[in-house]
Design a protein around this ligand. Sequence first.
Ligand code: BEZ
Length: 254
Amino acid sequence: MGGTTRWNSRAYDSSFGYVSAHGAPLVELLDPGPGERIVDLGCGTGVLTAEIAARDARVLGIDGAPSMIEAAMSHYPGIDFVVADGYDFTVAEPYDAVFSNAALHWMARDPDRVISRVHAALRPGGRFVAEMGGAGNCAALIAAMHTAWREYGLPEPELPWYFPTPAEYAARLEAAGFTVRLLEYFDRPTPLDECPGGAADWVRMFAGTLLEGVAAEAVDPLLLRLNELAAPALRRESGWMADYVRLRFAAVRR
Ligand code: BEZ
C-alpha cells in the first residue's frame, strides 16, 4: 500500500479480519482460473491471496508494508509475496489479472500512476478487479474527526485516503486504456465487532499518523470526544458500525 501509515499486522489480522472477510465476493468476481497469473495488489496479510491461490492460480501478493508481507510469508510460505509500492511496482512478464481489495484508497497521492502500473502489469485482455472506498466513505467518522480536531484547536486533519465517485474512477480507468465492464457503488455498513472502543479504536488503527502531532495528554480526551460525536450516527445497540461505502469494479485492459 502507499502512504506512510504504519501497520500492525497482528491487530489488522485479529481485530480487523472483516477487511478480508468482506473480500470473498470480490474473489468470486475475479473468478480465478487454474494456472492464471494474478497479482494481489495491497495484499495485507495475504488472506485473500491464499484464497486466490486455492483456486490453483499462480498469485503474487504485493504490499508496501514490510510488516504485512512478513506476516503473509509466515502464514502462507508456499505463495510468493513481495514488498512493493503501488506507484512503482513492475513485473517481469504480463499477468492475466490484477486484484485489489480495500487497498487502492490508501494510494491517494497519484491514483493515475497506480492505474498505469496496473495497466503495464497486464496482458491485453487482462482484467483489473478491485474494491475500494468510494465517495462518501466514512463520512460520519470523518465529520466527527473534523469536529473533534477543531474543538481541540488542532489543524484540520489531512486524511490519507482517496474515495472517488464512480464517474471519476471510471474516467481514470478508461483514459488509462481500460474498458470498464462492471462498476458498483453501494453502502456497506460494517460492524466494528472487535472495536469496543468504537470510533476511537478505528482512528488509532487506521489513522494513527494523525495522532502523532497531538500532545500525548490530549489524545485520550480527543478520542473520547470523537466517540461522543460519532455515537449518534454509528453506535447501535449491537455495537459500533463503520459507515463504509464501496466502489467495486471489473475492467479489462484494451
Ligand atoms: C475502508 O476500507 O474503507 C477504509 C479502511 C480504513 C480506513 C479508511 C477506509
